[in-house]
Design a binder for this molecule. Structure first.
Ligand code: DGJ
Length: 717
């Protein structure tokens, strides 16, 4: 008997061991790989993240750090997840159960199921690898398998681990009218946190994008780094924890601040996506990876086209009438704009919207300003050969409004406290399904009633304070998460009925710029600051993560000390539009702008869909140089902006990038003021790509005048 048992065991043990050994799990793109392995005790480890290695090298990578750290047991670093079980046990023990992979066009998704052996909690880590774009999308699903609710107090989308000599963090901090200012610093031991607690928007201190360079600061063309961004239009948090052995843990997810989440039995919490790219060729490559991924997979109509629009905000603010608007259609036509966008101030009756103090929430035409209604304007615009778009701020309400009077319970406000206003307004309780129906129908009614309405600008002019949802009652800690989810629900309903209409996302400037929003919005408004000099820096900052096709850039009268050409050249780096009194233009300025719009339209495919190369940073020199090159390298657009040069500054030649060394390109200055000639001695000459990339061009041949600019086109012959 004893012999039989030992015989059986001898046969079974190797079998069991074999069954228990799980090979490495690799998430691969063309040039990078994330490898996970399962330890002897079934913990999931990140054993490698970096440049793609030959299979034999990868196979040798074992061990590593726990991929998704839990709280409450032996881990003492920032956890990716913290859960309190129904019985009050505040710990989670996650062990590998299984993994699988499935493919879709251009991408491969790997999911890894982990389970707590005692409590049954299931956590599935997902990684979608976009092969050609070198981008990985990571998210997590957490399922409560208990019979009673559990509490989640931390629920990261992903955690990544690094072992390098040094880590340099690039963050993009900002404020209203000063968005995405770039700062790069060495991470020291301890925890650095980047986050937003603003609820409806993110731009108080920084946008939700970052770059971590390994072993020293990366440049545009060299160095290893990851560039990451959370696709979430609400409170986010990144922690960068450098431990006592110089290991770095990067945790990315929703900000758990005031957001403990009660998960019901069988309910699954899905985190937002964390998007990242690993580049071994510096920041420029990382941006190109993200731009391509964004156009191909993330942004609504990312490879489509966009309208050149004329907005009336700067020209009229809320002070206009029907006749003035119709005149503005003609002004738009004069410069070749495709669409006229009617901004704030067109609605409100009992409380007319003559400034930002009243009317918000009452989305009926103000009959004193627009007696013939929106329908008339849409028709009139069409007759004049220009599209018509409209501004909305549907998540908000002024206390001076009929909406507020009718539905005081639809508003986020604390009981027993005074209302707290931002721009004289309050935030609607989007979590309430009745409010969702209202917001949906504001948009749906307009688009249904006016099928020719061609564009919407969706604004959001305040953050949340005194955040309390009358609808959520005792579940207040769900507010920040559920508000954002409710916004998505509304957008899904809108898109189901109106899949194509372009919608610009604005949040008092660039308060909302993220890749989840861009699934529903075709473009964003980067900043209310449209001064040309400021915009160079702001657009430069966004360019690290967002392609030009998403970045609205308008020529306005801000920065009047700058020539119209300079402001136009700056706006032509993004998605060109206008927000200016065209009737104050001289005939020469009209002619210039008309020509500029035509040139922009001719070059827009390269600008929107080309590869971006940042050549000289305005943070390094008193100028900025960048270029877009088409994928086939036959066509490129080169921008040169002199910002604040001193009188005798000398500038070196600029080496171009992204061209075909063997091709011969003709250089031609475009967007010249009619009647003037290029002062570039190399204008109209032909150069090989090799010459342009190794010898370069002298882009400031004459005196370097502040706030001047040139745009060149390069066409392979
Ligand atoms: C803030 C936006 O950023 C502006 O462009 C404009 O639409 C105003 N809101 C209107 O209130």
């Amino acid at each position: 008997m004893k012999n039989l048992l030992s015989l059986l065991l001898a046969g079974l043990v190797p079998l069991l061991l074999r069954a228990q050994t799980v090979g490495p799990i690799t998430v691969e793109t063309r040039n990078s790989v994330l490898q996970l392995t399962v330890s002897g005790n079934k913990r999931l480890l990140q054993s490698y993240l970096g440049t793609k290695l030959p299979a034999t090298e990868l196979a040798a990578m074992s061990g590593g750090r726990e991929a998704y750290l839990t709280a409450g047991m032996e881990n003492q670093f920032e956890p990716a997840i913290r859960m309190v079980h129904a019985d009050g046990n505040p710990s989670l023990d996650l062990r590998y159960v299984s993994h699988k992979s499935s493919g879709a066009a251009g991408s491969q998704t790997t999911s890894i199921l982990l389970r707590d052996p005692v409590y049954g909690t299931e956590v599935t880590l997902y990684y979608t690898a976009y092969e050609n774009e070198d981008v990985i999308k990571a998210w997590t699903e957490i399922r409560n398998t208990e019979k009673k609710p559990v509490l989640l107090t931390q629920y990261a989308s992903a955690q990544l681990h690094f072992n390098a000599g040094e880590y340099w963090l690039t963050q993009f901090h900002g404020d209203w009218a000063r968005e995405v200012q770039l700062v790069e610093e060495k991470l020291t031991n301890g925890i650095k946190t980047l986050e937003s607690k603003l609820g409806t928007r993110t731009n108080f201190y920084q946008t939700q994008t970052f770059i971590v360079s390994l072993n020293g600061p990366s440049t545009e063309t060299s160095g290893e780094l990851i560039a990451g961004s959370l696709a979430w239009t609400g409170n986010y948090q990144y922690t960068f924890e450098v431990d006592q052995r110089e290991g770095l843990r990067v945790r990315s997810g929703i900000n758990p601040f005031a957001s403990e989440y009660h998960l019901q039995p069988n309910e699954t919490f899905r985190t937002p996506d964390f998007i990242f790219t690993f580049s071994a060729q510096g920041k420029g490559q990382a941006s190109r990876n993200l731009h391509r991924w964004a156009r191909n997979y993330a942004v609504l109509d990312g490879n489509g086209s966009r309208y050149v629009l004329l907005n009336n905000w700067e020209a009229t603010h809320t002070n206009f009438n029907e006749q003035r608007l119709v005149e503005l259609f003609d002004e738009g036509r004069k410069i070749g704009a495709d669409l006229f966008l009617l901004d704030d101030g067109w609605f409100g009756n009992k409380y007319p919207r003559n400034d930002d103090k009243a009317g918000l929430g009452d989305w009926q035409e103000d009959r004193s300003k627009l007696p013939s209604g929106i329908g008339y304007l849409v028709k009139e615009a069409k007759q004049k050969g220009i599209g018509f778009g409209i501004w909305l701020e549907p998540e908000m309400v002024n206390p001076k409004s009929e909406l507020y009077e009718k539905h005081p319970d639809w508003i986020l406000k604390l009981p027993n406290r005074e209302e707290n206003y931002g721009r004289n307004q309050l935030v609607l309780d989007l979590v309430n399904p009745a409010v969702q129906d209202f917001v949906f129908s504001v948009v749906d009614d307009l688009l249904t009633k006016h099928p020719d309405l061609a564009f919407i600008k969706w604004d959001c002019n305040r953050s949340m304070t005194n955040a309390y949802s009358p609808y959520l009652k005792e579940k207040q800690s769900h507010l920040y998460v559920d508000y954002t989810r409710s916004l998505y629900k509304i957008m899904q309903r809108i898109r189901a009925r109106h899949p194509k209409v372009p919608i610009m996302l604005c949040a008092g400037g660039g308060g909302r710029t993220d890749y989840e929003a861009l699934k529903y919005f075709t473009e964003f408004w980067p900043s209310d600051n449209t001064d040309g000099l400021e915009r160079i820096f702001i657009q430069w900052g966004y360019s690290y993560f967002f392609p030009a096709i998403t970045m609205s850039a308008h020529v306005t009268s801000m920065g009047k000390n700058q020539s119209l050409k300079f402001r136009t050249d700056v706006a032509m780096m993004g998605k060109l539009g206008y927000d200016i009194r065209v009737n104050s233009f001289t005939p020469e300025e009209v002619a210039f702008s008309r020509e500029a719009v035509a040139t922009y339209k001719r070059l827009s495919d390269v600008i929107w869909k080309g590869d971006l190369y940042r050549l000289v940073s305005p943070y390094d020199e008193p100028r900025a140089v960048l270029m877009y090159a088409s994928e086939d390298k036959r066509h490129a657009v080169l921008y040169h902006y002199l910002t604040t040069p001193r009188r005798k500054d000398m500038f070196g030649r600029v080496k171009l990038q992204g061209l075909d060394p063997a091709a011969r390109y003709r250089l031609r200055e475009v967007n010249l003021i009619p009647g003037t000639r290029s002062t570039q001695p190399d204008n109209n000459k032909v150069f090989t790509g090799e010459h342009l990339m190794t010898i370069g061009l002298n882009l400031a041949p004459g005196r370097a005048n502040p706030l001047t600019s040139n745009i060149y086109e390069l066409v392979a012959e």
